[in-house]
Design a protein around this ligand. Structure first.
Ligand code: HEC
Length: 205
């Protein structure tokens, strides 16, 4: 569209070339920052802090998620250092509660009543229980996740780390860092892990 508009208006090759270069939106990054800060100017300091990019978000944003291998290693190491493993050494909670966590998209909103329990909203991005017909596809299907992995304890631990901090596993992941960003508690992560790995869970039927 831009190409056509420029070509008609100018009729010059140079205009057409610059139109192609403009395919990416040309918005001043400083202006975006200022607008974002203004939107957050009247909220609590805790919410203002949420508008600040941390080092990982900044690296991924600046590189449009195309970080070098060295940057990816640095991100994964930094994010891995945030992961708190379950103090009792037990990774699996209650799969029934895990379903509630996976199916709950509440939390982290201005309008939340005090004491709202946040969910993981996993179904927004993943298939889990194969009988559930409503799910998103941004992430891979997790149907039969535990069964396909022979309920291997090593892989249960890996999945815990992935859910606690997705970027410890994949730099610039599109999956939220649930534990590190305090969206989910350790117990909620254990429950959702049981939903993926318990032999009785509908995910593995
Ligand atoms: C906003 C989308 C999004 C949400 C919400 C989300 N994920 Fe993910 N998830 C992804 C994407 C994208 C990947 C694949 C890329 C990656 O690994 O980062 C992924 C990968 C995974 C993997 C690794 C899969 C493999 O290849 O072995 C697991 C396990 C997982 N997610 C579990 C969860 C759980 C549990 C929740 C809810 C607590 C959740 N995800 C919520 C997007 C999401």
């Amino acid at each position: 569209m831009k190409f056509v508009r420029f070509a008609l208006a100018g009729g010059l090759l140079i205009a057409a070339t610059s139109a192609i270069a403009q395919d990416r939106p040309q918005v001043d990054a400083a202006r975006i920052d200022a607008t974002m800060r203004a939107m957050f100017s009247r909220v609590s300091p805790e919410w203002q802090a949420r508008a600040q990019l941390d080092d990982t978000q900044r690296a991924c944003t600046e590189r449009r998620n195309q970080v070098s291998a060295a940057e990816a290693d640095a991100i994964q190491a930094r994010e891995r250092a945030t992961v708190v493993l379950p103090p009792d050494g037990n990774f699996l909670g209650d799969w029934r509660k895990g379903f509630q966590v996976a199916n709950n998209g509440r939390g982290g909103q201005f309008s939340d009543p005090a004491g709202t329990i946040a969910g993981g909203n996993c179904f927004a991005c993943h298939q889990m229980d194969p009988k559930e017909v409503s799910y998103g596809t941004l992430g891979p299907s997790l149907a039969a996740y535990g069964r396909d992995r022979n309920y291997d304890p090593e892989l249960i631990r890996d999945a815990y780390i992935k859910i606690y901090n997705s970027q410890a596993a994949v730099a610039c992941s599109n999956m939220p860092r649930f534990g590190a960003m305090k969206v989910l508690t350790i117990d909620q992560i254990k429950d959702v892990l049981a939903y993926l790995f318990d032999r009785q869970s509908p995910v593995n039927q």
